[in-house]
Design a protein around this ligand. Structure first.
Ligand SMILES: CCCCCCCCCCCCC[C@H](O)CC(=O)SCCNC(=O)CCNC(=O)[C@H](O)C(C)(C)COP(=O)(O)OP(=O)(O)OC[C@H]1O[C@@H](n2cnc3c(N)ncnc32)[C@H](O)[C@@H]1OP(=O)(O)O
Length: 720
């Protein structure tokens, strides 16, 4: 809807009304068409202001409409009518003007933004391009290089930057609507000839070809197979090479391709999934909207290794007081230096003074945490050590302090049982580097109170994380699904693949790094330690022949054998690949590993066969997806969105493929099931390949779309 009033005698004020972000739904578009017509037809009205209610101009087209039969007046002619108006139209931008919202403003003759407003064309992150004239008007207004930057990255700019770029004409400090009305009065009689952006020539940069080649190269590199950024470059190029109306035709044509693509569906799914996961619920019925978080003014981190340091930085950057505890004096001094460096660099990047530096106090004494509201334990991944820390914390902390663990796999309930108040204990599983990575798994156990979960979720949000609440099990969601994925990659090596082949297949799929390059980066010793703890590692260096079965299940000792040789990955300069020196990041194929692999196969009587990319993808990804279905079946994740967001934000799953569970739906659940059955038959000693019953059930119920899986899961749980 849009509301119309006449103010200050001669200004028609149009207010967009569609909470919460005034998205341009059919009703809003109709409202704009009607009210603009009314204003233009009213002889008393000399100029017009368009604003949005509740302090937000407009969040763009209504994304929820995209999957439906769209009705109502289309955006492009609506914006053209505004631009063609014979009375000045001023956009009063408060809050956000994004996507179609900014395109609407670009159709106006003047734009005034509040100093706190943000503007942008983020369509690319939804798999689209700004198709209401944005790709044609913006380059005409601010030049090709700046428009290319904004349109291909989708980044939001502040009002100050928008003013500097020329996107807006003025910035208001107080009431933007009042300023816009005053301005509208002042320009009422002025000619509009020079105010219609579509009539501007598009400035042609001197380095035209190089500029577009560079832009195309950049998006191809960073997009990892995403098609929207490429289409954005093509659309802007059309603005620079064609007359406006022809450019608009090109914009429409490119949009039509994107609009119906699976990538747009996947990215729009991610947009809503990211918001859905904040609306968490627990199997006991506790929910986000009925559980009140407690404020955290002061927090502590115990253990200042890599993770603890990152967590301390993330906490301090929220502005709260932080106590950082490390019992080893040398480690404490090193950590202090490292944390200060990270905070200084972070502040410099954001053009701020490193105020957070003074928010951290350091201590080697756990007593220093006595008065904090929340503690995050980040000591070495060892149950005995963590148990001891939790016992100490329970004795030292003031009553009501939330005790959180950053364990990546250990039993949160077991740690809770070491404390006097297990209801105050939750997992806060950060991802390295903790001050950079956006994902946080908040792990609740049967005893965790809804308030503890709500507090951890809110703290995550304050730290700028995408927090997902998950149940307690070995590896929680992310690492639990990673295990069968890595296992398949090892098996593929045994059967004839190379690390290069497996990684290439996964990287072409869109992962930033394949499984072996990732393993080299994170350190082979991490998994080795876990496997040793599980009693899986048999020393093979003496005989060269550790067995390939553990309790009847296929097992590959390849990773163990490399670790026995001290090949821990990048940090030792050798792993699945070789590196110029320890710590170097450029992976090179390692002839030593290739002959080692051949000898290994020969020793075990394995005959290498040709493995193609499709087999790599099917085996690695479908087994991971299968575990995702088990996680849903077990109630560890509340819905497929939770799993997908964890994989997109924490594990490099390409966003334009929507996350593993969404991807399974795109491939077809029946296909995933059939391929798993096929591979299970070929590898009967690999239980992870056994299709899980939820997958079978979904296929049997006609493979419903991903947003309807929860109904099937609910039914399944009610029957258990
Ligand atoms: C054969 C086929 C031919 C095809 C031709 C097709 C032609 C179609 C013509 C289309 C013309 C193109 C027009 C335009 O170029 C396209 C667009 O505009 S796409 C949309 C671009 N806008 C965005 O990407 C902005 C998205 N929103 C945000 O970034 C944020 O929401 C915000 C505005 C910055 C506000 O942030 P917050 O305050 O943190 O709030 P939330 O993010 O939590 O959001 C609150 C609530 O609102 C919902 N929501 C937000 N934006 C939209 C939206 N644009 N549409 C619908 N709903 C939106 C969000 O989901 C939350 O919902 P809740 O979780 O509360 O239910």
């Amino acid at each position: 809807m849009a509301q119309y009033t006449r103010v200050s005698g001669s200004v028609g004020l149009i207010t967009l009304q569609n909470p919460p972000v005034n998205a341009l739904s059919a009703a809003v578009r109709q409202g704009i068409v009607d009210t603009v017509k009314r204003a233009l037809g009213d002889p008393k009205v000399k100029s017009v202001v368009i604003c949005g209610q509740n302090g937000i101009f407009c969040g763009g087209a209504d994304i929820k409409e995209f999957g439906t039969n769209m009705s109502g007046p289309p955006l492009v002619p609506m914006i053209h009518a505004i631009e063609a108006a014979n009375k000045p139209v001023v956009a009063a931008i408060e809050g956000s003007a994004l996507g179609g919202g900014l395109e609407l403003a670009l159709g106006c003759h003047y734009r005034i933004a509040h100093s706190k407003a943000r503007l942008g064309l983020p369509e690319v992150s939804l798999g689209l391009l700004p198709a209401a004239g944005g790709t044609q008007r913006l380059p005409r207004l601010i030049g090709v290089p700046a428009a290319l930057d904004l349109i291909t990255t989708g980044r939001h700019v502040t009002a100050a930057e928008a003013l500097q770029l020329g996107v807006v004409d003025r910035v208001a400090e107080h009431s933007t609507v009042d300023a816009a009305v005053k301005f509208a009065l002042s320009v009422a009689a002025k000619s509009l000839d020079a105010r219609r952006i579509s009539t501007y020539p598009c400035p042609r940069p001197s380095d035209f070809d190089a500029l577009f080649e560079g832009a195309m190269q950049k998006v191809r590199q960073s997009a990892r197979g995403a098609i929207a950024p490429v289409a954005c470059v093509q659309a802007v190029r059309a603005a620079a090479t064609r007359p406006y109306l022809q450019g608009m035709e090109r914009e429409k044509e490119l949009m039509a391709t994107l609009f119906t693509s699976g990538q747009a569906r996947a990215l729009q799914y991610c947009f809503f999934a990211q918001r859905a996961v904040s609306k968490w619920n627990m199997p006991n019925g506790a929910r986000w909207d009925t559980s009140k978080p407690r404020p955290v003014h002061k927090a502590a981190v115990i253990g200042l290794g890599t993770m603890g340091r990152g967590i301390a930085v993330a906490l301090a950057q929220t502005g709260m007081s932080v106590v950082a505890v490390e019992t080893q004096e040398k480690q404490l001094m090193e950590a202090k230096q490292a944390v200060s460096g990270m905070l200084e660099r972070g502040a410099k990047r954001r053009g701020l003074t490193p105020a957070a530096l003074h928010k951290i106090s350091y201590s080697h004494d756990i007593q220093a945490v006595a008065d904090v509201d929340l503690v995050i334990e980040a000591v070495f991944e060892d149950m005995a050590l963590k148990k001891k820390v939790f016992q100490q914390l329970s004795a030292v902390c003031k009553p009501g302090t939330f005790l959180c663990t950053n364990t990546s796999a250990l039993d949160v309930d077991h740690l809770a049982s070491q404390t006097r108040n297990p209801e105050l204990v939750v997992g806060m599983h950060f991802f390295a580097p903790a001050h950079v990575m956006k994902l946080l798994e908040v792990v609740y156990g049967p005893q965790s109170s809804p308030q503890a979960v709500a507090t951890a979720m809110q703290l995550g949000k304050k730290m700028g994380k995408v927090s997902v609440a998950v149940g307690n099990c070995r590896g929680f969601v992310g690492n639990r699904m990673l295990k069968p994925y890595i296992e398949q990659a090892f098996f593929l090596l045994e059967e004839g693949a190379t690390p290069e082949l497996v990684d290439r297949a996964l990287e072409e799929f869109g992962f930033p790094m394949g499984v072996f390059r990732m393993s080299d980066l994170s350190g082979l010793d991490v998994g080795w330690r876990v496997r040793k703890g599980d009693g899986l590692v048999e020393s093979g260096s003496a005989s060269g022949q550790p067995t390939r079965l553990r309790e009847g299940r296929r097992y590959s000792p390849l990773g163990d054998l490399l670790c026995e040789q001290g090949r821990f990955g990048q940090k030792t300069g050798r792993g699945w690949y070789q590196y110029d020196k320890p710590g170097s990041r450029v992976a090179r194929s390692d002839p030593w590993f290739h002959s080692f692999l051949e000898e290994y196969r020969a020793r075990h009587g394995l005959v290498a066969r040709r493995i193609d990319h499709q087999e790599v993808l099917e085996r690695c990804l479908y087994v991971l997806i299968n575990e995702g279905f088990r996680i849903l079946e077990d109630g560890i994740a509340a819905g497929p969105e939770d799993i997908d967001i964890i994989y997109v934000f924490g594990y490099g799953w390409p966003r334009h493929r929507g996350g593993p569970m969404f991807y399974a739906g795109m491939v077809g659940l029946a296909t995933v099931l059939e391929r798993l059955e096929h591979y299970r038959q070929a590898h009967p000693d690999v239980p992870y390949l056994q299709p899980c019953s939820l997958l079978r059930r979904l296929v049997a119920s006609g493979s419903p779309p991903v947003h309807r899986w929860r109904e099937v899961i609910k039914k399944l749980h009610s029957q258990l």
